[in-house]
Design a protein around this ligand. Structure first.
Ligand SMILES: NC(=O)C1=CN([C@@H]2O[C@H](COP(=O)(O)OP(=O)(O)OC[C@H]3O[C@@H](n4cnc5c(N)ncnc54)[C@H](O)[C@@H]3O)[C@@H](O)[C@H]2O)[C@@H](O)CC1
Ligand SMILES: [K+]
Length: 223
């Protein structure tokens, strides 16, 4: 069987592949773990001593935020002390896998947690910002508090790493309908999303990372 390794895919195809992988027993939670782990490696490559780096991790209530929670935990495992900014009420975290990763953070003294619906008040003295606000689940105009968080992030001179997709970019078209995090580096998972190369000015450098999804999960979707 042949698999096309260079293919760019749509959000719909990615969701089908994710669902097929999950049904095979490679659960979403495992995908999330691998996504967060590999993303952290890119931070460690640039900043080998995380003890002296001020890292802010912005997280929305979906699975893009779930990936960001995993990044924060891995940063702590590399001796960093990240601040996680949860944009909304923890009771409103949308999925079991994201929620279980949030619950771990609540037990970690090495991580500072900020829960807010008004991020404009945050003193953002960051060296590195991890953008896990919105990923492939984006639709429509950016609503609060995500909108203010994107404005705040874009005012910062920190190195900005976007999780999967810069928050605000439509991964199918590469178009920014409203506003978007302007990233230096975007780590996207499994395969390039079809719109991202067109939105490269927002994505910065794009790196595609595999997160362990079996190629067989693509059967019926890409082959
Ligand atoms: N597809 C995959 O195989 C994997 C996906 N993962 C992550 O999951 C992400 C997708 O997660 P979700 O589907 O939960 O989606 P998101 O986390 O992108 O968005 C979640 C929620 O944001 C809200 N939202 C959407 N548009 C908005 C807007 N314009 N303003 C304000 N709020 C808005 C909606 O309520 C939506 O449910 C990916 O980008 C990736 O980071 C990873 O966990 C690894 C595996
Ligand atoms: K993002």
């Amino acid at each position: 069987m042949k698999f096309n390794i260079d293919m760019e895919i749509t959000v719909k195809q990615m969701m089908q592949i994710e669902e097929n992988g999950h049904q095979m027993g490679f659960f979403r939670k495992l995908m999330m773990e691998n996504a967060g782990a590999i993303t952290t490696r890119h931070i460690v490559e640039r900043y080998p001593d995380l003890r002296s780096v001020k890292i802010f991790v912005f997280a929305g209530l979906g699975n893009n935020g779930g990936d960001a929670f995993v990044v924060a935990r891995h940063i702590a495992a590399f001796d960093g002390n990240p601040t996680v900014v949860l944009l909304g009420n923890p009771d409103k975290i949308k999925t079991e896998e994201a929620n279980s990763n949030w619950k771990i953070l609540e037990k970690m003294n090495s991580i500072n947690l900020i829960i807010t619906s008004d991020p404009s008040k945050i003193m953002l003295d960051a060296d590195v910002i991890v953008d896990g606000i919105l990923g492939t689940g984006i639709y429509g105009k950016i609503r609060e508090p995500y909108s203010s968080a994107i404005d705040l992030i874009n005012k910062s001179n920190a190195f900005k790493l976007s999780v999967d997709v810069p928050s605000g970019l439509d991964p199918d078209t590469g178009i920014v309908h409203d506003k978007c995090v302007k990233a230096d580096l975007t780590i996207t998972y499994h395969k390039m999303k079809i719109g991202m190369p067109k939105g490269q000015d927002m994505c910065g450098t794009i790196v595609v990372e595999k997160i362990g999804i079996p190629p067989e999960a693509e059967i019926g979707v890409l082959s």
